[in-house]
Design a binder for this molecule. Structure first.
Ligand code: MG
Length: 407
């Protein structure tokens, strides 16, 4: 009754997936700011029983894969897939068998385009493999056919109902499909039908016994643009916490020939006084992000008493705030920066500043706003004693991020 001590996940990501629209193959397109494949890999590695994972990719997708692969020691180097799904899985199984850890005891074969596989389903497929003490060589997730089934034919170019099909006992296959490793490797080696629908079909053709485990409606295969919209809704429901932070900063003018604002150097007849590069606008924005996370301010993360940050480019601070946002599982909705000074004139540089921030923060420029105003010659900014900046940042955090959050 003990579960297989070594279970590998084999993720099939070699398809071209053109049905979901143009651009990158669908497994590399983003849902909620993260590639579908990244989500799928993380979902499988989150299962306690999974000790390693291997992804089969298309030979042209090496760079896309590198960008999507999470940092995890259990993730093995990717393997190039073949001309059919059967050949792709075969290549992955052979790589697992020949790998440095030797063949695993069991393997979960899973579609890259099913990122919402639940920990429960993964555990149940693994459990079904050994629940009958060796009776089954495999276990497949599937859902019962609910709708009436019809065979259609074409009549003068139009689809037409031909005949109803019996629905009783009919199930729709999902993945993961789990197998005893030696059994499914032998079945794939013996398989001559490259058009096999999935691995359960190859297993059955080889005479293996495959248990059926009730799957999940959320474990759907992202295929069409409508599926992407559904996936975004699912991720959006997880991102239930919206938070706003504000930041404010002032730096005084000092002798100099330029100021740096939002990472852009502007010639001026004075400079700004400060421990770092005195980028007052970027400081306000960074504090807005730390504020939204309730993680203090720049001074907490980069103490001004520390000589290491003297003259430092302020993008180090901003990158740290974005890194903290990512570590909390959040993402930026938008940020708005207002620079307050009489001179230098900001307006014609605001677009460049926005692009500079977008590059540093790795977000779309459309999520950022940089604007400027004067204080009508009133107060310290009006007397040109310094520059002030204000910023707000709106972020989405996972609803489970905060303990005791209102439900
Ligand atoms: Mg400052």
């Amino acid at each position: 009754m003990t579960p297989p001590p070594e279970t590998a996940a084999l993720i099939v990501a070699a398809g071209r997936g053109v049905r979901a629209g143009t651009g990158a193959p669908k497994q590399y397109r983003r849902v909620g700011g993260e590639a579908v494949l990244t989500r799928t890999i993380l979902a499988l590695l989150a299962a306690p029983a999974v000790t390693r994972a291997l992804v089969c990719i298309h030979p042209d997708d090496g760079a896309l894969y590198e960008a999507a692969a999470p940092m995890d020691d259990r993730l093995l180097p990717p393997v190039h897939g073949g001309a059919s799904r059967a050949l792709t899985v075969r290549a992955g199984l052979e790589a697992l068998a020949a790998g440095p850890c030797g063949p695993p005891d069991a393997v979960l074969i899973h579609d890259a385009a099913r990122p919402f596989v639940s920990p429960r389903l993964i555990a149940e497929v693994i459990a079904a493999l050994d629940a009958d003490q060796g009776v089954h060589d495999g276990a497949m997730a599937a859902l019962p056919a609910i709708d009436a089934l019809w065979r259609a034919d074409e009549h003068f170019g139009e689809l037409r109902c031909a005949a109803p099909l019996p629905r009783a006992g009919v199930w729709r296959a999902q993945t993961p499909q789990g197998f005893r490793f030696a059994a499914i490797l032998a079945a794939h080696r013996a398989n001559t039908d490259e058009s096999s629908a999935d691995d359960a079909a190859i297993a059955r053709a080889a005479g293996l016994s495959v248990a059926l485990v009730p799957g999940g409606e959320d474990n759907f295969k992202i295929t069409t643009p409508a599926d992407f919209a559904r996936a975004e809704r699912l991720v959006g429901a997880e991102m239930s916490e919206t938070r706003v932070g504000q930041g404010y900063d002032v730096h005084a003018f000092a002798p100099g020939d330029h100021v740096t604002l939002c990472g852009v150097r502007l010639a001026h007849d004075a400079g700004l006084k400060g421990h770092s590069d005195a980028d007052v606008a970027m400081h306000a924005l960074t504090d807005a992000l730390f504020g939204a996370l309730a993680e203090g301010d720049i001074g907490r993360w980069f103490p001004p008493t520390d000589p290491e940050w003297k003259g430092a480019p302020s993008e180090i601070f901003l990158r740290k705030a974005m890194e903290r946002l990512g570590a909390r599982g959040g993402r930026l909705a938008n940020a708005d920066v207002t620079i307050i000074c009489e001179r230098p004139k900001i307006g014609s540089h605001a677009g460049e500043m926005r692009l500079s921030l977008a590059r540093i923060m790795n977000v779309a420029p459309e999520r950022l706003s940089v604007k400027a105003t004067t204080s009508e010659r009133l107060g310290f900014t009006g007397r040109e004693e310094g520059i002030a900046a204000m910023a707000t940042a709106t972020v989405a955090l996972p609803g489970t991020d905060i303990e005791g959050s209102p439900s």
